[in-house]
Design a protein around this ligand. Structure first.
Ligand code: SF4
Length: 264
């Protein structure tokens, strides 16, 4: 099964929510009427979840009956095939530690930023398995390296344990990011498995801007929503700075943005 970028985003967004996954799992067993679905996810948000699933093309609604669309059936089949083959075992891996930060050098691309070289315990062949835990991670077999992007910061982890982090503001930020990196890896090792690889999603500035309230109220400390979207894309601000998103009228937008922000 393959889809365009926009389709992939809609389907991944639809399936990122537990209640919607519950609806799809229920429908996979057969068509249901609205009342039966209400029993699974509750009445309050039912319309919203059904709207998202319909927008993604996963379900169809006929009178009071909800069923999986042909596209939805193909999607489930594809997920089942991939899911079983791609969940990987990490149970033999040991937690890693950051051994040292060795160098802090000006970045070639931007001399106001820094590049650091650090060492963590060797990852002993598990780098490739770790790729799916990073929304913007990309593993290279040839170099045995995993490149992880978070906002402006680009980190390359090598199988030997060497870590090169580019575009950091200072040593404190580098140490904080290294700590986050270590914790993310160790959480996956503790669980013993990594999730099946997710679709790679490319988030555009317009995707973010589209779902902001667009009132330019300035509560986030920026001149307006567009400036906020630019800084969010650059990893310089977090979504929670836009407090109007917590208002009930923006609940759907907030959920979409939280989903998209994980891929920035
Ligand atoms: S707080 Fe939110 S709505 Fe207000 S300007 Fe910032 S991004 Fe826009």
């Amino acid at each position: 099964m393959s889809g365009g970028t926009s389709e992939t985003k809609q389907v991944n967004f639809a399936m990122a929510n537990k209640a919607r996954r519950k609806i799809i799992n229920l429908l996979a067993k057969g068509d249901r009427n609205l009342e039966e679905i209400t029993g699974t996810v509750g009445k309050k948000t039912l319309d919203f979840h059904l709207m998202i699933l319909r927008e993604a093309g996963l379900i169809e609604l006929e009178d009071e009956t909800v069923k999986i669309s042909e596209y939805g059936k193909n999607f489930l089949k594809y997920k089942k095939e991939r899911g079983t083959e791609e969940i990987k075992d990490l149970s033999q891996a040991k937690p890693v530690e950051i051994a040292e930060v060795r160098q802090l050098l000006p970045c070639i691309a931007d001399s106001a930023k820094f590049r650091i070289v650090a060492n963590m315990d060797p990852l002993g062949g598990i780098l490739k398995i770790l790729e799916p835990i990073f929304p913007r991670g990309s593993y290279s077999d040839r170099k045995d390296s995993l490149i992880v992007q978070k906002g402006e910061i680009i980190t390359t982890i090598y199988g030997s344990g060497k870590v090169v982090m580019r575009m950091v503001k200072n040593e404190d930020e580098a140490r904080e990011e290294l700590e986050n990196l270590k914790n993310t890896i160790n959480e996956a090792i503790k669980k013993g498995v990594t999730p099946a690889p997710r679709e790679k999603i490319r988030v555009e500035l317009t995707d973010i801007y589209k779902y902001l309230p667009q009132t330019n109220c300035g509560k986030c400390g920026e001149q307006g929503c567009y400036s906020f979207a630019i800084r969010l894309m650059a990893g310089q601000v977090s979504l929670d700075r836009c407090t109007p998103l917590t208002e009930p009228e923006y609940a759907a937008n907030q959920e979409r943005l939280q989903f998209l922000a994980a891929y920035v």
